[in-house]
Write a protein that binds this ligand. Sequence first.
Ligand code: NAD
Length: 297
Amino acid sequence: MTINPELQHKIIDGKIISGTLIEQVSQSVLALNKKGVKPTLAVILIGNDPASQVYVRNKKILCEKVGIESVEYKFDESLAESDLLSLIDVLNNDTNINGILVQFPIPSHISKQKTINRISPNKDVDGLHPINAGKLMNNIECLTPCTPQGSMIMIKSVAKDISGMNAVVLGRSNLVGKPMCQLLINSNCTVTQVHSKTRDIKSFTSNAHILVAAIGIPNFIKSDWVKKDAIIIDVGINRVKKDRNETSKTKLVGDVDFEDVIDKVSSITPVPGGVGLMTVACLMNNTLQATKAQHGF
Ligand code: NAD
């Protein structure tokens, strides 16, 4: 993505912000190592989904960078649900394992909810277990989903006090939209959640001081949908053709039409180079927090 240098100051740079978090996590991991504790993340990958394989590889690389041990469990598509649940039980009971991550999507014969429910809430580094979701709702400290956690850090990097601001979240998934709303409410925003059934979405987005887009539709948000000087967090990751005449080459774009809105907004996260980098950094943070809690630090 080429950005006009005059507009560069508007970019909420995922590389810089995630770099700071990664550095903090690395320092804390070193401090734990000195106490004889080695944070360890178990990653379970089922099937051959190419995107999942890339995500798991990236997580492994970052684990190595911050000093977190990662243990990978790879299975083919045919893995039985009962075998997955038994493995999770073993990992739950293994005191050397501090975090458990099942890379989604998983094959359709395995229940996603049963899988999430089986992971010990203390090791639930994705923050998806109903106990962690309930704690988040009650504003009790817990492991929170990585993408909304990273998005909040990005928002707070440009606005220290967001109390009383109108925040609109597009999307209502358990992974992004719902926990995002909860984190914003817990920071005293006035939050509106819009989704595929919402009527006249523009009437909500055009009044948003903070707009978080997590719907998976390329360039959905245009400049007449956003409020002047809004803070825009673009969670969407969409692969599109590079240009109309080009069939083979693709590029990543967000849910927000970056070039269309950048003049109008005060700050915006780019895609790529934005929220995606924060998500994996927050996974490291969650593994660290889980380890500390398990050891009573
Ligand atoms: P999802 O498919 O589970 O949810 C999409 C949501 O969008 C739904 O709640 C749906 O109601 C809403 N929606 C669909 N069409 C809409 C419309 N026309 N108007 C308003 N709302 C609409 O997706 P998800 O897992 O929440 O992910 C959303 C996007 O974020 C995807 O592009 C995904 O790839 C991306 N994502 C990025 C990261 C990251 O690290 N940057 C992490 C997770 C997901």
